[in-house]
Write a protein that binds this ligand. Structure first.
Ligand code: SD4
Length: 329
């Protein structure tokens, strides 16, 4: 398969002509974006490398993007060392690990679970909601009941070492609104978007959310349009960071909508980041990042603060890419 990947150093006329009609775009002016042809997987943070490889196992055999995205993020959900996704996730302030996830396919079918406890793979439950019910989202006990009835694997959470951290946090820190520092050192949510050999797009997003959040809090990650959005005519986007800020601007759906109006993936992510910045007078620790792919294989990402990066997998690339950013910490 013919494939091209253009970065700053290798920008070619071919890439320019592909993007010429785009309005409001900086074209491929930075190292944090590119264009490729053929299947592609993009996912948030360093844990995305492994997730992408699992997604690639599906795509490289001609599989569908929807299967690839689920396969990919299940790796992160099963990683006991990951404190922001799945089994190893940190609890809320009352000691409950509550999990949020959503999935969306090329037909705009979608499924989500939120505020769900004790189930190892929320993304697969979200997919079952999508495929076997008339609903889009199940939460809390209802989601757990649905998962048990459908034979999903249970898991005991929090892990003993995570519980120990929480007990320490409880003693030392009563401020439930303290914002987590969201950067590559404490990993965070995985949002994974992919395009398959057929040119179809899908996405998945899964998290244990904001560590030590209020009991009952749900962030952007399971909300279609906030944490994830796919429109197979246009592109796909997903997010990471302070979910409340992302929900306020309908983040991922806005990124896709801007791409519909001619923005490149990076410029669409940047515009939504700018809206977040404009709407918040206090930006302390307010990290939010977006990644996006468009239908032509352009991809990119942007965040409020430096430090956000994403994993890229194509048939020739398997690496981390630094997202563009508005400011340094
Ligand atoms: C949330 N967006 O629950 C998630 C957390 C996250 O990077 O992405 N952290 O708000």
């Amino acid at each position: 398969m013919k494939r091209r990947a253009f970065f700053k150093a290798g920008l070619s006329l071919g890439a320019i002509s592909l993007l010429e009609p785009l309005k409001g775009a900086n074209l491929l002016s930075s190292s944090f974006e590119g264009v490729t042809s053929g299947p592609i997987v993009l996912s948030t943070w360093i844990h995305g490398l492994e997730a992408n490889r699992a997604a690639w196992e599906v795509l490289s055999k001609g599989g569908k993007a929807i299967d690839a995205v689920e396969n990919g993020v299940r790796i992160t959900e099963a990683d006991l060392a990951n404190r922001s996704v799945g089994i190893g996730g940190r609890p809320d302030r009352d000691g409950h690990v509550t999990l949020d996830a959503c999935i969306m396919d090329e037909k705009s079918r979608c499924g989500a679970v939120a505020f769900m406890e004790g189930i190892a793979h929320p993304i697969s439950v979200a997919r079952a909601v999508m495929e076997t019910t008339q609903h889009v989202m199940l939460v809390g006990e209802g989601a757990e009941k649905f998962a048990s009835e459908n034979g999903f694997k249970k898991a005991k959470m929090p892990l003993p070492e995570v519980k120990k951290d929480w007990e320490k946090w409880k003693k030392e820190n009563k401020d439930v609104f303290k914002k987590p520092i969201i950067n590559h050192e404490n990993h965070d949510t995985i949002g994974l978007i992919a395009m398959d050999a057929n040119g179809d797009l899908s996405g998945a997003c899964t998290t244990s959310g904001w560590a030590y959040k209020m009991h009952g809090r749900v962030g952007d990650s399971p909300i279609i349009g906030a944490g994830l959005f796919v429109d197979n005519e246009i592109g796909a986007a997903t997010s990471t960071g302070i979910g409340e800020a992302i929900i306020r601007v309908a983040g991922s759906s806005m990124v896709v909508e801007l791409m519909r109006h001619g923005y490149s993936p990076t410029d669409a992510c940047k515009e939504v980041v700018n809206r977040i910045i404009k709407k918040h007078s206090d930006l302390t620790n307010l990290q939010c990042g977006f990644i996006a792919i468009d239908k032509k294989g352009n991809f990119g990402g942007y965040s409020v603060y430096a430090g956000f990066n994403y994993a890229l997998k194509t048939s020739t690339e398997d690496k981390m890419v630094d997202a563009g950013f508005d400011r340094n910490w």
